[in-house]
Ligand binder design. Sequence first.
Ligand code: NAD
Length: 310
Amino acid sequence: MKRFALTGAAGYIAPRHLKAIQEVGGELVAALDVVDAVGALDRYFPEAAFFLHPELFEAHLEDLRDRGEGVDYVSICVPNFLHGAHIRMAFRVGADALCEKPLVLEPSELDRLAELEARSGRRVWTVLQLRVHPALVALRERLLGEGGVKDVELTYITGRGPWYLRSWKAREELSGGVAMNIGVHFFDLLHWLFGALERAELHVRTATTMAGYLELERARVRWFLSIDARHVPEALRAQGQRTYRSIRIEGEEVEFSGGFTELHTEVYRRTLAGAGFGIEAARAAIETVDRLRRLEVVRARNGQRHSLVA
Ligand code: NAD
């Protein structure tokens, strides 16, 4: 049975990790958060030790390691800017890190993590759950079979309330901004389906919405990313839907709004089997977001404008 510790236990995403640890037959032995709203632990691992101070959590994990009862994995569910530091903590206590997306905020940090992996002999894995979404796995297989360069429109709307703009998620230096925090899924998906980036343009950049045009090895992509639920198509919004994820390839739509929240367990299964998503898997999307950050907004040309861009 694999032994886990987890950081960020009071947050939104932590219960999906707790459930995944349980579903892969693992055991959570220790958890950390800097706030104490961690009642969710009782639902999954009522016996787990809990710490409010990172130093005490790390000292506990060191003690366990030295008694031969160390953890195999530290699951990292803290704000993005802390990922690198918590991955290092995992390595120091002799564990692999299973870290939420985006793995880090800058491409140069990936190189540093690769050095630390080599030195420690431990691995870092991340959560790129769209790569295990059944509809998208089937799509990728079909596309690889067909070949050619596709015309693609990608729409990715995950409505968030006013709290978002007041949280760490809206602060560029803590989250990487909307393109990194939300878009990293979407850019990873594009690279995984269509290959490396060749050209990028940015058409919209606001606090809640980004849009642009990308040329990849196997696609020309008009993309639109937003956390503003008003962009969800009217008919779906009327049914209370605040999320809309759609990829239209040569006019044919694959909708993947559903099934998104059930994928962490599959990511855990793969990670435990040594076939998870590591530094090199994470690299392309982080580099693309980094490139977009430096781009000036330009006016979209006809044929390169997403249909939701005015
Ligand atoms: P959140 O703000 O709800 O939770 C973060 C938690 O980390 C909070 O409980 C906070 O108190 C805690 N924290 C802050 N500093 C800490 C520290 N130094 N030590 C320990 N705990 C600390 O955020 P969230 O939405 O749960 O996001 C957490 C991570 O999960 C982020 O990296 C985010 O990008 C990622 N995420 C992934 C998905 C996905 O679909 N894969 C979805 C949402 C969030």
